[in-house]
Design a protein around this ligand. Structure first.
Ligand code: HEM
Length: 498
């Protein structure tokens, strides 16, 4: 009885404290955030994370709480401070998910490891090295897409309905897996590949290992046995590929320029440290996961927004057709040099539909930190909101409107697009992603005419209260893509005749 009374009083004190005196009670946010993060997490887990990031910025502005000890920032100066140095480290609990095969550049929260990987991988992501990989990017990207689309258009008497989201996904897999394994897997041609299945199973295994208690122990491990087997097959395959490549190079039979070779050659200029076979595998898999959906979904949103804003589509298409002849394969350097409007459209898509990292979580260091007048103690999780930054009204006029022209009028605005993050953990793969996106999109706009199929649910005439076309719904899992790709990502394709 006495124990019951003590418990009831303690609970009441705790609730009063959380409601009126906690840090979260002084920071804007939903009432539930003062007590639990579960409400936020359950909506996020159902796929609404990207929508929520935008909604919460609109509602609460520069700072808000989503749960006890979890605060989101949207102010550009605050976010640059958090992301700018290693003082605010990556949140281990969240990022350990990305260590499916082992600790990687992406998953580590240790500044020393992160800095060493940046030094080791520096050469791989330079423009010079990327230029040497471009032939593979062109062949497996736009080359394979054109082969497939031409085949379908020819079979359909000059017209085909194509699911562009699926084809972009398969093509980006083909590009990164060709660069990472030194051989082609033809996912686009076959609508699947063993690499895709392995990566899918690796992600599923990581999710289940996180969710299931004692997932690695008997009998719980029986629930993941098939996934574990597939994961091991993937690791074995990686190891064989690395061995094969090392033997080939040692035998003097070539020195290919691709991600695999760059990982094998990677060396820290300071410590002379190289990567072990396990580390190469872990990094290679993490590049596949970090670099495929992100790139393909950005292109998916690009085509979708071109269809929602026909005047932008006409202008981007006219630009590329005026600059290049029909039989010319537009390269990355050419598209960057000659297609400012296409570039503006790509930046605007990255801004308005950031596919990844809607809120990037970091940990407040010892001594705490003050943001927007609030003192956050050490250990608080502080998240930089990419969606907030990309919509911040101090930077962007009419942020909900797709307006590529803003980058033509003010080219400096490009550096405020935060979709690749900023600072010490900025995406190292962004130039590879740009190379894929520019070459695929420039050549597609030049060579094909695209139209929405009859009866499409989302188009230029379906407007919201502000008069902007309503985009298709999006679902955020690891990345934010279309909720119903089978329904909303079809396009009628014909070959462009000049
Ligand atoms: C449009 C395409 C892409 C987008 C929008 C994107 C976005 C991002 C973002 C927001 C981060 C920061 C994540 C965080 O701090 O939690 C990141 C990190 C990273 N990205 Fe990308 N990415 C793209 C393509 C790529 C590609 C093609 C690769 C590699 C082949 C890649 C490899 C990585 C890696 C390794 C990191 C971790 C960097 C670190 O923590 O130091 N990404 N990316």
């Amino acid at each position: 009885m006495a124990l019951g009374l003590v418990s009831a009083v303690s609970l009441a004190v705790y609730l009063v404290y959380r409601m009126f005196f906690s840090l979260e009670s002084r920071i804007p946010g939903d009432l539930s955030a003062r007590f639990t993060i579960l409400m936020y997490r359950s909506r996020a887990a159902r796929g609404y994370q990207a929508d929520m990031a935008e909604e919460y910025y609109d509602k609460y502005g520069d700072i808000y709480a989503v749960g006890p000890g979890v605060i989101v920032l949207s102010n550009p100066a605050d976010c640059r401070r958090v992301l700018g140095s290693h003082a605010f480290r990556k949140n281990k609990k969240v990022y350990s998910f990305f260590a499916q095969v082992g600790e990687t550049m992406f998953s580590t929260s240790e500044p020393e490891v992160s800095n060493m990987r940046r030094r080791q991988f520096g050469p791989m992501f330079t423009h010079g090295y990327l230029a040497q990989m471009e032939s593979t990017v062109l062949e497996c990207g736009i080359g394979e897409i054109k082969k497939k689309w031409n085949r379908q258009v020819d079979q359909g008497d000059g017209k085909a309905v194509i699911n562009f989201s699926q084809d972009f996904s398969l093509a980006t897999f083909d590009v990164i897996s060709a660069l990472g394994f030194g051989q082609q897997f033809h996912a686009l041609a076959n609508n699947d590949s063993k690499i895709i299945q392995w990566v899918d199973n690796t992600i599923k295994l990581a999710i289940r290992t996180q969710l299931l208690p004692f997932a690695r122990r008997y009998p719980m491990n029986l629930l993941t046995a098939a996934l574990t087997k597939s994961h091991q097959a993937f690791i074995d395959f990686n190891n064989q590929i690395i061995d094969g490549r090392r033997q080939m190079v040692q035998a003097g039979k070539g020195h290919p320029k691709d991600i695999l070779q760059a990982l094998i050659d990677a060396e820290d200029p300071d410590s002379k440290m190289k990567l072990s076979a396990d580390e190469i595998t872990a990094e290679n898999v993490s590049f596949l996961i970090a670099g495929t959906d992100t790139t393909s979904l950005t292109m998916t949103w690009f085509v979708h927004f071109m269809m929602l804003y026909p005047e932008c589509y006409q202008r981007a298409t006219a630009e590329v057709r005026a600059a290049f002849s029909p039989d010319h394969l537009v390269t990355y350097a050419e598209s960057r040099a000659s297609l400012p409007y296409l570039e503006a459209c790509i930046y605007e898509v990255l801004r308005i539909r950031a596919v990844s990292g809607t809120t990037l979580p970091r940990i407040v260091p010892a001594g705490g930190a003050r943001f927007q007048g609030h003192f956050l103690p050490a250990g608080t999780v502080v998240c930089a909101s990419v969606a907030g930054l990309n919509h911040h009204t101090s930077v962007w006029a009419n942020p909900k409107r797709f307006t590529p022209e803003r980058f033509i009028d003010s080219p400096d605005l490009k550096q405020n697009v935060m979709t690749f993050s900023t600072g010490v953990r900025i995406c190292p793969g962004r130039n590879l992603a740009y190379m894929e996106m520019f070459t695929i999109l420039a050549n597609l706009l030049k060579d094909y005419d695209l139209e929405l199929p009859e009866g499409s649910l989302f188009g230029p005439d379906r407007l919201d209260d502000n008069g902007n076309p309503i985009p298709m719904p999006r679902r955020h899992r690891l990345t934010a893509g279309p909720w119903h790709p089978d329904r909303d990502c079809n396009i009628v394709v014909t070959k462009h005749s000049s």
